[in-house]
Design a protein around this ligand. Structure first.
Ligand code: GTR
Length: 348
């Protein structure tokens, strides 16, 4: 049944990872800015003393990246459980710099044994069409970009990769169990960060929808024309040509999930989030499964029916859940992802 539904969507066949990454960057997000020529940092220890009743430490770390047109600095927040072991960890791209935040239940996460490195996306570059602000200012001369230059999503993804550079230097973190995550526009960002950086072992995208984890062709709610009208600066300029012209896209969003294979990718949907379209997010998992199977892994293991909340598919390297309720990064999403993660943690 699912194959029949997908066939009607008329999505292009998968290609090899390198080709898909080129297409995704060239046609949707723009090329991620270059790695910095140098990265240094300054640690502000115990930024919040007695964090989580003393179960963790919280430092604020200012990263300084040397970029083509100057040095760019932004803060990250590093919460590490005080237990003496190597911790799996999240790199969380957040809407705000609150710690904890309504989308980031730090104490529950720490209680489950994870460290969390988070940053506020607007500390990287503003969520608007100003390409002179923050990171954009040290990448583009006078804010001018061409058809394949990074949009803002690619810049936020770059920042997640710099947070990973810092994580790589910490002995108390278990580099084999890193997760990049975000919600909505930042869920799209988390997927792109993982697709283009193999150091992320897991990607967890919550309600990422259009131009994220949802198949575009035949989608309900937001389409390329909507997102390019409302948020053109999230993408490269090439993407605009597909507004009202999606059949011409030489890709669909299953390229994004497939570029993460054989690493783990988790797609979380919400029943009432029709703008994101849970069914199209689910179908994207189905369509990406082949990339995993070709690499000898379990891809997406699900029943041959469209999902109804509540449902979890946690058996394969692609995980999925559909919960009740609306567009939100809820504790339930975190809990279900952690259940999924724990099935694979330390197994290999
Ligand atoms: C919406 C946008 C979505 C989603 C969301 C968000 O307005 O249409 O694609 O990303 O914003 O990030 O909250």
């Amino acid at each position: 049944m699912l194959n029949e539904i997908l066939k009607k969507r008329n999505i292009p066949p998968l290609k090899n990872r390198e080709e898909m990454l080129q297409i995704l960057q060239q046609e949707i997000y723009g090329y991620i800015p270059p790695k910095p020529e140098g990265l240094s940092w300054e640690v502000q220890k115990d930024y919040i003393p007695n964090f989580c009743a003393g179960k963790a430490t919280l430092d604020r770390v200012i990263l300084s990246a040397q970029m083509p047109l100057g040095t760019f600095k932004f803060p990250i927040y590093v919460a590490i459980p005080t237990t003496d072991k190597k911790h799996p960890f999240f790199v969380n791209i957040n809407f705000r710099d609150n710690i904890p935040d309504r989308y980031l239940p730090s104490e529950e996460i720490v209680d489950n044994g994870f460290a969390v490195i988070s940053f506020c996306y607007k500390d990287v570059t503003d969520d608007n069409d100003d390409f002179t602000d923050g990171l954009a200012g040290v990448v583009y001369k006078d804010g001018k970009r061409d058809s394949t230059s990074a949009g803002k999503i690619a810049m936020w993804a770059w920042a997640a990769q710099r947070a990973m550079d810092f994580a790589d230097t910490l002995d108390c973190l278990d580099g084999d169990f890193s997760i990049v995550c975000g919600h909505s526009r930042l869920g799209k960002t988390a997927l792109l960060a993982a697709a283009t950086d193999e150091r992320f072992r897991f990607a967890f995208s919550n309600n990422s929808g259009c131009s994220g984890a949802a198949i575009t062709r035949g989608k309900q709610g937001e389409r390329v024309a909507d997102i390019c009208k409302n948020f053109p600066y999230w993408f490269c300029k090439n993407y605009y040509k597909y507004a009202q012209n999606e059949q011409k896209m030489p890709f669909d969003q299953h390229f994004l999930l497939s570029s993460i294979a054989p690493r783990y990718v988790y797609v979380a949907s919400a029943q009432e989030d029709l703008w994101a379209d849970p069914q199209s997010e689910f179908l994207c998992c189905v369509a990406a499964s082949k990339a995993y199977e070709q690499l000898g892994h379990k891809g997406f293991v699900c029943d041959d029916i469209l999902p109804h909340a509540p449902v979890c598919y946690h058996d394969g390297n692609i995980g999925y859940h559909l919960r009740g309720g609306s567009h939100y990064f809820s504790r339930e999403d975190w809990k279900l992802f952690i259940n999924y993660f724990n099935r694979f943690y330390k197994q290999n």
